[in-house]
Design a protein around this ligand. Structure first.
Ligand code: ATP
Ligand code: MG
Length: 394
């Protein structure tokens, strides 16, 4: 039997990338290696159009599968055994594989699905299926063939120098390998939405850096720790990243003192965006990312989004813009941020919340209000007070 556990990793969209396919595959292999670097004795290689992970037998293979499934660009993973591409050898390996499943899961029926990737192999796919099926029937007396509803669908993938035998697939998230689509700065609050927004952009291959605003001492240090916890969950998908943290209180106080109360929220949001834009430019981030969602709250009406958008030149990505809240919540649960997001700590946006925020702000009015403030100086002061936190999985 094999001395190593073998995993076959299928890339989803990466496989469609035409001329750039080798580049995307290399990036994907790199990312898988990074995610598995805490395991000693794991080898990740491209071979014959697939990615193979070979792990020493005594390693925690389920853990390795879990970590691999988190790598963006991975469509699915199967645990396989290999043999020489020769019918008797394939037959013996298939029997051994099935004996193991009989012992572990008490399976009773099977069907063979053979595929001949190597067209020079002298036997055609359906015939390979019949031959291997017959060998399994002889070798495993308790098994029957069931073509309609088998306990196990046994895949036999005949390639040039090796043949791979496996059943079942663990689904990955798909998407594209990190680092194939630039870097974005996510405005990360402690809420449900922004972590999901960051995750969705990262899934399309974008590296992430984060920006968080607090209003200490109105917001507690625990509120910031919660955001750091969220950021660390993101880092388990996106790799290590920097989080810029800024106290927004001096700006909020100026706004409250000099501007109409109902405009507070939208004015604060425009400052957040402009500060984020500065930080983005200083750190090679090409875009801003927010968890904004059309109509969810007063600051996210169509009119408010237009006025918010007008504060910056960098493109603002809002991947959740048209999603329903329940679907965003489901996504948050799936990626593991939900439980942390719903912990009850205050956000800086809830400090100085106006009683009746304007839901249809007009840009001219907002610009007029801003003219009462020294915006540039406030932004500079905020940027130079930033604290940088190194976010990495512990
Ligand atoms: P979330 O669930 O992401 O907090 P939300 O529904 O509470 O979003 P808002 O509070 O209006 O909506 O915030 C909209 C977006 O602005 C957030 O998704 C986030 O990208 C950004 N944002 C809000 N508060 C902060 C903050 N304290 N620090 C950094 N970004 C923030
Ligand atoms: Mg929020």
């Amino acid at each position: 039997m094999n001395e190593q556990n073998i995993l076959i990793v299928r890339c989803g969209e990466v496989a469609l990338k035409g001329m750039n396919k080798p580049y995307f595959e290399r990036m994907l292999v790199d990312r898988i290696r990074k995610n598995l670097k805490s395991y000693k004795g794991v080898d990740v290689k491209r071979h014959e159009g697939l990615i193979f992970i070979r792990a020493e037998k005594d390693l925690d293979i389920e853990g390795i599968i879990k970590e691999t499934a988190k790598v963006f660009g991975v469509a699915s993973i199967s645990k396989a055994v290999e043999s020489e591409s020769e019918l008797n050898a394939i037959g013996s390996a298939a029997v051994e594989y099935m004996m193991d499943l009989i012992e572990k899961r008490g399976i009773k029926s099977f069907k063979v699905e053979a595929k001949r990737a190597d067209k020079n192999f002298p036997v055609k796919s359906p015939e390979i299926g019949r031959i291997i099926g017959a060998k399994v029937l002889i070798g495993c007396k308790v098994l029957n063939v069931d073509v309609h509803n088998p306990d196990v669908l046994l895949h036999v993938d005949v390639r040039h120098d090796r043949t791979y035998i496996y059943e079942g697939k663990v689904a990955g998230f798909g998407g594209l390998p990190l680092g194939t689509n630039g870097k974005g700065l996510v405005l990360l609050s402690g809420g449900i939405d922004s972590p999901v927004a960051a995750w969705m952009m990262a899934k399309r291959g974008m590296l992430i850096e984060a920006m968080h605003f607090h209003s200490y001492p109105y917001t507690s240090p625990r509120a910031q720790e919660k955001v750091e916890d969220l950021a660390r969950i993101l880092a388990s998908y996106c790799g290590r990243f920097k989080m810029h943290v800024i106290n927004l209180l001096p700006i909020q106080e100026q706004i409250v003192e000099h501007c109409p109360e109902e405009e507070t929220t939208i004015l604060v949001r425009r400052f957040m965006m402009r500060i984020a834009e500065r930080i983005a430019k200083d750190n090679d981030c090409m875009m801003l990312i927010t968890g904004e969602n059309l109509g969810q709250v007063a600051s996210q009406t169509a009119e408010a989004l237009v006025v918010t958008d007008a504060s910056v030149k960098l493109p603002v990505m809002r991947p959740l813009i048209a999603m329903d809240k329940v679907d965003i919540m489901d996504k948050a649960k799936e990626i593991g941020t939900y439980e942390t997001s719903i912990l009850p700590y205050e956000d800086c946006c809830t400090v100085f919340l106006p009683k009746h925020p304007t839901t249809k702000p007009r840009l001219e009015r907002i610009l007029e209000s801003e003219s009462k403030l020294d915006c540039q100086a406030l932004i500079e002061a905020a940027v130079s007070s930033q604290e940088i936190i190194d976010i990495k999985v512990e």
